[in-house]
Design a protein around this ligand. Structure first.
Ligand code: NAD
Length: 302
């Protein structure tokens, strides 16, 4: 069997086109567009590149985008004040504070300071609680799990009644995606198992999975013989395994691999996400979707 590729790059374009059209329509009707502020503290190169991508994507959709960069010596109190200002700003629907923060700032305090109704990253404890409750309670699913669910749905893979195994129990991927897929409703209703570093026999659990979601950050952790023939494999892992010179730009770039041994896995799986080009490109897209949702909610529409 040769697995069908679930390409995040293609699904991203579909969703962005939908959001662009929706932005134009709402602008014509209400004279307003979704507003997103990205707060970046310092100049960590990875954070700068993530934030730049988020800003460019928001601008390409016609959103209002405020880029608020601050010096790394900003005090915690000043940052909390800044967040409070954006909480009260009606033109802002989404507040994104790029993590990690400098050591002198308490990350949990900052996340807790964001208005849960503008927390488009979905990291605020209130939104984690809403996710657990499920259904209409869910306001902002965190972006990477939302990307995973969207990719499964848009690929036509049946989740209802499926055995889902999630490898990894992090707060940003493993726990939320498990929670989302076990809820009653479309694109969910699955029987979910989470496996982790304390699990005795990883292979036997993986082998049961109709949908196998791997978010461990360990290259080649999942062996091809652990994959149930025909299963849908979502490889969330992004691991730098070396460097190469780009044939396009001539610059040195990272060689990335997922957590699944990709080539042989393609011979067993029914669907699989590549790395790069799978879940990665979808995450920012889901941030844009959450910002749109917040905007619509501020307009009192669904
Ligand atoms: P994390 O380190 O917070 O969590 C990893 C989890 O995997 C832990 O719960 C751990 O118990 C489990 N794990 C690790 N080694 C294991 C092993 N040998 N056996 C069983 N379980 C094991 O990581 P994270 O933030 O959830 O990210 C996981 C991976 O996904 C990373 O490679 C990260 O770069 C990637 N990631 C990608 C995106 C994206 O594409 N947009 C977003 C977030 C994370």
């Amino acid at each position: 069997m040769t697995a069908r590729l679930i390409k995040g790059t293609e699904i991203r374009e579909e969703i962005l086109a939908e959001l662009r059209a929706e932005t134009e329509e709402l602008k014509a009707k209400y004279g307003r567009v979704p507003g997103l502020v990205t707060i970046l503290i310092g100049e960590n190169p990875a954070s700068v590149s993530y934030v730049t991508l988020k800003i460019k994507t928001a601008q390409s959709l016609g959103y209002k985008e405020i880029q608020d960069n601050r010096d790394p010596d900003i005090s915690e109190a000043e940052l909390l004040d800044l967040i409070d200002r954006y909480n009260k700003d009606d033109s802002i629907n989404g507040i994104l504070v790029q993590l990690p923060l400098p050591k002198h700032i308490d990350e949990a305090k900052v996340i807790n300071a964001i208005d849960p109704d503008k927390d488009v990253d979905g990291f605020h404890p209130v939104n984690i609680g809403r996710l657990m409750l499920g259904g209409d309670e869910v306001k902002f699913p965190p972006c990477t799990p939302a990307a995973i669910q969207e990719m499964i749905i848009r690929s036509g893979v049946e989740t209802s009644g499926a055995e889902v195994v999630v490898v990894g129990r992090s707060n940003i991927v493993g726990k939320p995606i498990a929670n989302m897929l076990l809820q009653k409703g479309a694109g969910a209703n699955a029987t979910v198992t989470i496996v982790h570093t304390g699990t005795k026999d990883l292979a036997s659990h993986c082998l049961r999975a109709d949908i196998l979601i791997v978010a461990a950050g360990v290259p080649g952790l999942v062996k091809p013989e652990w994959i149930k023939p025909g299963a849908c494999v979502i490889d969330v892992g992004v691991n730098r395994i070396g460097e190469k010179v780009s044939s396009k730009t001539g610059k040195t770039i990272a060689v990335l691999s997922g957590d699944v041994d990709f080539e042989p896995a393609c011979e067993r799986a029914g669907w699989i996400t590549p790395v790069p080009g799978g879940v990665g490109p979808m995450t920012i897209t889901m941030l844009m979707k959450n910002t749109m949702k917040s905007f619509k909610s501020s307009l009192g529409i669904k």
